[in-house]
Structure formats: structure tokens, C-alpha cells
Design a protein around this ligand. Structure first.
Ligand code: SAH
Length: 240
């Protein structure tokens, strides 16, 4: 069933949906009166709704019942990605939502080929919303402001596990498998840009309690590494 994240709190038995979601319901999904949809409201509550009317550029939905379902990880995972171009960033955003990340941010690093991307938050939020609806997330992934390494280190202070994915095998002293055996509330994962990390950056990260981990013997692209680690975290935390 199609899911919609709406920007209102469900407080009445009937709600009105307009704009992009109206367009999606009517013209993309070609839904009709009496079709059922799932709605996640601003409070994160999930409801089953029945379409009672879709005319005049709005859909009227009757709330049938509140559904109890949680498709989120037990742990909050933030992906910090070395700054890459807009296409790659958007690709990572989509996949990170599918794979369960709670937050995303870009980090300006020395070897980032791109020095700046326009933070078109509207466009990024649209991508996140669509991916969350498709993958049936219970919550929207938050996009944080782009940070420098210094700012990231400050930001990382309230995380109880900080991981840096680093392909340089000799310097990898931590087993990801062992690290993920513990229970955490918040994990921060940093992955590098196309050019990887600079040695000095690695030293700063280590000094600030980032654990260097390997994702295997092969070198992954900047846009693949965050997805690989999210899949590993999902496997370790959700498999019984
Ligand atoms: N050092 C290379 C590759 C960078 S790959 C270069 O100079 O071109 C981009 C990022 O993906 C890396 O910074 C790292 O965070 C991550 N990554 C890629 N392969 C990895 C691996 N096998 N283990 C851990 N991290 C990896």
C-alpha cells in the first residue's frame, strides 16, 4: 500500500491532502474513491486512510485506524559523507533512506574534488520523502547542515560510537563485527570523498575517538561505502 508522509498532525477523523501528494495520488498512482493509503503524520504516527473524495486539487481522506508498526533501527545511525557532487550526494541520500539511516550530512574534506554544493534543501527533502514512502520508513531521515571536519568533531561528541571507514588496511585496528556486538544509542559513520582521507585528517579523527574500520579488501566508491556499512549495521542489529 502506498505510504505518504504528510506535513500535518492527524487530529480529526478526516484530513485533506494537497499539492504534490495530491498529484501523486491522483495522477501517478491513479487512485480512486475508496482506495486505501497509509499516512505518517508529523508526530510519526501511522494511520490507515480511505480516500473519500479526490476533486478540486485535494484529496479527502477518512482516517480508519492507527496502525502500530515500526520499521526503524533500534539504533540511530548518522551518515557523514565526504563532500561529493550533487548527483552522488542525491544517490546516497536515496539509498541511505532505504537502508535505514536517521540523519545525513556532508563533510568538507581536503581531498573533496567538489569544494561546494548548493544546499538545495527543498530538493533533498523531496528525495528523502519519496524514498521514505517507497521503503516504508516510519520516520523521515533528517538532513543536517554541511560541516567542516572541525565542526563534525564537535557534532560527534554526543555519539556513543564513531566510525571512520578507512580502506588503508594496515591502519585498521578495529573489527567492525566486534564493535557492533555492543549496544549503542547513536552511531556516527564517516566515509570519505572520491580521493579518500588525508593522513592528517585520519590522525585528527583517531585522536577524537573515531574507530577506523575496513569494509573489505576491495576499494568502494565514495557513494558505495555508506551503503555498504548501513547494510552491515542492519544485518548485525536486526538479524536474530
Ligand atoms: N583512497 C582511495 C579511495 C577512496 S574511496 C583514493 O584515494 O582514491 C572513498 C571512501 O570510501 C574512502 O575514503 C572510505 O571512507 C570508503 N571506502 C572505500 N573502500 C573502503 C574499504 N575497503 N574499507 C573501508 N572504507 C572504504
Amino acid at each position: 500500500m502506498q505510504r505518504y508522509f504528510i506535513d500535518q498532525v492527524v487530529m480529526t477523523k478526516e484530513i485533506t491532502i494537497k499539492d504534490a501528494d495530491y498529484h501523486h495520488i491522483k495522477n501517478v498512482m491513479r487512485m480512486e474513491k475508496d482506495d486505501l493509503i497509509e499516512i505518517v503524520d508529523l508526530k510519526g504516527c501511522l494511520y490507515l486512510g480511505r480516500i473519500v473524495d479526490l476533486n478540486n486539487k485535494q484529496v479527502i481522506v477518512a482516517i480508519e485506524e492507527e496502525l502500530k508498526e515500526n520499521n526503524e533501527f533500534d539504533v540511530e545511525v548518522t551518515i557523514a559523507l565526504g563532500l561529493v557532487n550533487r548527483n552522488k550526494t542525491e544517490e546516497v541520500l536515496r539509498r541511505a533512506v532505504e537502508l535505514g539511516a536517521s540523519k545525513f550530512l556532508s563533510v568538507k574534506l581536503k581531498r573533496s574534488v567538489v569544494k561546494h554544493i548548493d544546499d538545495k534543501l527543498d530538493r533533498k527533502e523531496k528525495i528523502v520523502k519519496e524514498a521514505a514512502e517507497q521503503s516504508k520508513r516510519s520516520k523521515l531521515m533528517l538532513i543536517e547542515e554541511t560541516k567542516s571536519l572541525k565542526e563534525l568533531i564537535e557534532y560527534s561528541k554526543d555519539y556513543d560510537l564513531k566510525i571512520c571507514c578507512y580502506e588503508d588496511a594496515e591502519k585498521n585496528t578495529n573489527s567492525l563485527k566486534k564493535l557492533l556486538k555492543e549496544k549503542y544509542e547513536k552511531i556516527l559513520v564517516l566515509t570519505g570523498p572520491e580521493g579518500g582521507f588525508d593522513e592528517a585528517e585520519i590522525e585528527v579523527l583517531k585522536a577524537n575517538d573515531f574507530k577506523m574500520v575496513s569494509l573489505g579488501k576491495r576499494i568502494l566508491r565514495a557513494e558505495t561505502a555508506p551503503l555498504a556499512i548501513l547494510a552491515i549495521i542492519a544485518y548485525e542489529s536486526e538479524q536474530s
